[in-house]
Design a protein around this ligand. Sequence first.
Ligand SMILES: Cc1cc2nc3c(=O)[nH]c(=O)nc-3n(C[C@H](O)[C@H](O)[C@H](O)COP(=O)(O)OP(=O)(O)OC[C@H]3O[C@@H](n4cnc5c(N)ncnc54)[C@H](O)[C@@H]3O)c2cc1C
Length: 384
Amino acid sequence: MTTADVVIIGGGVIGGSIAYHLLARNPRLRVVLLEKEAEVGTGATSKATGGVRHQFSTEANIRLTQLSYPYFAETERILGRSVDFVPHGYLFVTTEPRTFEQLQRNVTLQQRLGVTSRVVSPGEMRPMLSQLVVDDLLGGSFCPDDGSADPHGLLQGFLARARERGLRVLTSEPVVSVTRDEERVVGVETLRDRYRAPVVVNAAGPHGDEVGALAGIAIPSKPYRRQVMVTDPLPDFPDVFPLIVDLDTGWYVHRQGKSAVLMGGTDKDQHPGHDTTVDWEAFELVFKAAGKRVPPLAEAKVMRAYAGVRDLTPDYHGILCEVDEAPGFYLACGFSGHGFMHSPAIGLLMAELIVDGRATSMDITALSLARFKAGAVSTESNVF
Ligand SMILES: Cc1cc2nc3c(=O)[nH]c(=O)nc-3n(C[C@H](O)[C@H](O)[C@H](O)COP(=O)(O)OP(=O)(O)OC[C@H]3O[C@@H](n4cnc5c(N)ncnc54)[C@H](O)[C@@H]3O)c2cc1C
């Protein structure tokens, strides 16, 4: 039997951030992180393409990015290493009047919260990427501060700093049961050991619903496959251009390194399950959407492709709370494709929740598990 103050289930970027922030608040805490695989960071975090954006439709998602942003823009100061953040901007485009109206509402909200996003006309988009077909577009939204960074680097940064403060990381240690003493959650069991702790955090990513079930808690987060492809070098494209999302199809493209591009999308919510086999036929939709929006990309050769799993909730917001019916059991899962960019904020808020008894850096009501029962959900519309 091992005793600890906090057990974290899951060694992805969310679990790593929670460990870092807990120990930054109180280095005397005994924090144990349990990872089922032989190494940390092999789950969704290893597949994330590194996007960081402010352009969401809800206050909660925008504020999560704002709280997280310094960890990308000033990583050296905070974590002592670089995460190769490039603020190349995100450009959302559409031909649909209703989608364009929604984008305009989003920008109004974003600007009210201090985001530098703006509505852009097709003419303003042309210089952003000369190969972009804009004639049929109604307009879009652009934020120059959006960008991308290295998920693996961020996870390693969190873990390195947390280990210096005493974090214990155990790999090949799958949690197989969650121990309850009447209502309270008081620990977990793995195949090798029993862990007793007054705080157990479910940071199991796309397996969050399964870990919830071990404690008898239903979590409305489901795993969905998302696949991406990286092309052969495309020297005719500029070194840096915005990540472009065509909201009509869900297709997106961005620079991968200095020469290739990465494309994906068009597969939201289509393949529930943990299968990460690449579905090559599904890339036909990607090429079709690419051919319409950036025609030279329809001729690009695929250098490699891979699939990962995103944990999606019905309203595309993560779940961050202590469970009312299971005191001591904390949830940090269901991040709906934004978990990398929101991981710094999630760690910070979870540490506040555990150490202070409530989150103070922002209102997290919109992220509670109880919201689903109350029916008070505000669905994120800027998803692809
Ligand atoms: C193709 C793709 C592109 C993406 N792009 C972006 C992006 O651009 N920007 C962005 O913000 N997000 C993106 N995401 C989403 C992002 O990857 C996730 O939201 C984020 O990595 C979630 O981190 P996590 O720590 O919750 O999950 P994970 O990284 O999956 O970590 C959870 C860990 O828990 C472990 N685990 C599970 N069950 C158990 C158990 N019973 N016992 C012990 N350990 C267990 C798993 O092995 C895993 O290591 C993308 C996802 C995919 C698939």
